[in-house]
Design a binder for this molecule. Structure first.
Ligand code: PGA
Length: 247
């Protein structure tokens, strides 16, 4: 995997003014990310603004969630078709905050994954274990079950060249980044489980990636980029992480 991908997950942060400032700063500093795939995932209300501001650049836009359904009486939901319609390319599915705070189980995540692909979006499937699961030595079983839910619903080929983010839950927003060796080990496990022949997934690491630890992660053989939360809200930090993905 030569070209790395760095995706910013803004979570529930921002305002029209902040979105404008942050994206202008990313555009101005885009030389720092040369040769790296870059995308940002703002909250729903700012997606169209982001698509407009990033028109003509190489920076992609993604959403953080989608509904399973395409349209209909689903108050408060947003479909993949709508996301594609406003210019999104990506959508995050199965983020641990959706799984733990909003009760999304792996079966629902798989349905969202399927909906995203059917509606012309590239899903970023998030998987990862809780601290207790790592301590119990069950990381691989947990991640395998999360992957298998998608494989069972969408078929063996569905994940072969997918975009998958390994995000250990204990590393998200905690400042406790996985060591490069821990990330590499799980990434190698995921690749071994889903790659088929020449088709191989793009594997992002997420969880407390910062400018000072990004290079050590990105140099790992099976780490193809990052899904960046907190540090993606600061243009200089995000660009420094993109820079670390260049070598
Ligand atoms: P973090 O979040 O970089 O703030 O740990 C990563 C994520 O949740 O995608």
């Amino acid at each position: 995997m030569s070209r790395k991908l760095v995706v910013g997950n803004w979570k529930m942060h921002g305002s029209r003014a902040q979105v404008g400032e942050l994206l202008e700063a990313l555009k101005a500093g885009s030389a720092r990310a040369q040769g790296v795939g870059v995308a940002v995932c703002p909250p729903f209300p700012y997606l169209a603004q982001a698509v407009g501001l990033l028109a003509g650049t190489d920076i992609g836009v993604g959403a953080q969630n989608l509904a399973v359904e395409t349209a209909g009486a689903y108050t408060g939901e947003v479909s993949g078709e709508m996301l594609a319609d406003v210019g999104c390319r990506y959508v995050i599915v199965g983020h641990s905050e959706r799984r733990t705070l909003y009760g999304e189980d792996s079966a629902l995540v798989a349905r969202k994954y399927k909906a995203a692909t059917e509606q012309g979006l590239v899903p970023i499937l998030c998987v990862g274990e809780q601290l207790s699961e790592r301590e119990a030595g069950t990381t691989e079983q947990v991640v395998a079950a999360q992957l298998d839910a998608v494989l069972d619903l969408c078929g063996e080929a569905a994940l072969a060249s997918a975009l998958i983010a390994y995000e250990p839950v204990w590393a998200i927003g905690t400042g406790k980044v996985a060591t490069p060796e821990q990330a590499q080990a799980v990434h190698a496990f995921i690749r071994g489980r889903v790659a088929r022949g020449a088709d191989t997934p793009t594997l992002l690491y997420g969880g407390s990636v910062k400018p000072d630890n990004a290079a050590g992660l990105f140099v790992q053989q099976d780490v193809d980029g990052g899904l960046i939360g907190g540090a993606s809200l600061d243009a200089d930090h995000f660009l420094a992480i993109c820079e670390a993905a260049r070598s």
